[in-house]
Design a protein around this ligand. Sequence first.
Ligand SMILES: [Zn+2]
Length: 264
Amino acid sequence: MLYDAHCHLDFPVFDADREEVLQRAKLAGVTTLILAATTAATWPRLLNLVESSASTSPQLYACLGLHPLFIDQHQPEDLIQLKEQLLTSPKVIALGEIGIDLHSPESQAQEAKQWQFFDAQLRLAKELNLPVVIHVRQAMDLVIQRLRRFQLPQGGLLHAFSGSQQQAEQLVELGFKLGLGGGITYPRANKLRNIAKTLPLTAFLLETDSPDMPLKGFQGQRNEPARVALVAKALAEVRETTVKALIPSLHSNLLQTFPKLKII
Ligand SMILES: [Zn+2]
């Protein structure tokens, strides 16, 4: 029983063959997909997809939020709408993806606006007692400081974690799981693989970030949720165990991170 804790199956790049992508995920043993949002304009598409797939396997759930890479498109009114949707949409289980991205000169120029929206969404998560799914590039220590200040009651997922051992430990202490994806399939990713090997298994969730973050052997291709099975295999190799032995803990990590999954 596998899951993909972070993907973007609503993106138009899946429009032509979404059903086949879901079938391949099912065949790979993936029972749960969590889709992360980007902009308010695309929330209806995302909600429609997760709500219309009620009876199929894998089950689809959504995070709703305002992604830092799309900061140009966010309006203050989006935050009001976000609160409403979080309170009323039954398959929305977290806020996300939210965060800080200082990777490019363009995103650095928008840093102040990024913090405004990140803080507002962290406040909302605290108020509504919801977990958050966080995207961070080139700002890990700043984000950790922020999370320490906010002390979120539910923690959440630091998606596509790629920081240091110390940052990993600090995030776990703050109630966060680290998202492991295609990154750990690359032998050269020594730092990440060492974190995946040495931290307790309770620290991790599996994800693909499809269509992004291609695995080793699939560079240049669209990523898809079925390949989370290969992420699990890479984690098992790094920890010198089997996927089967990892699954119960990885699954309870998912339910612990997203408590609404237990009720739905
Ligand atoms: Zn993402």
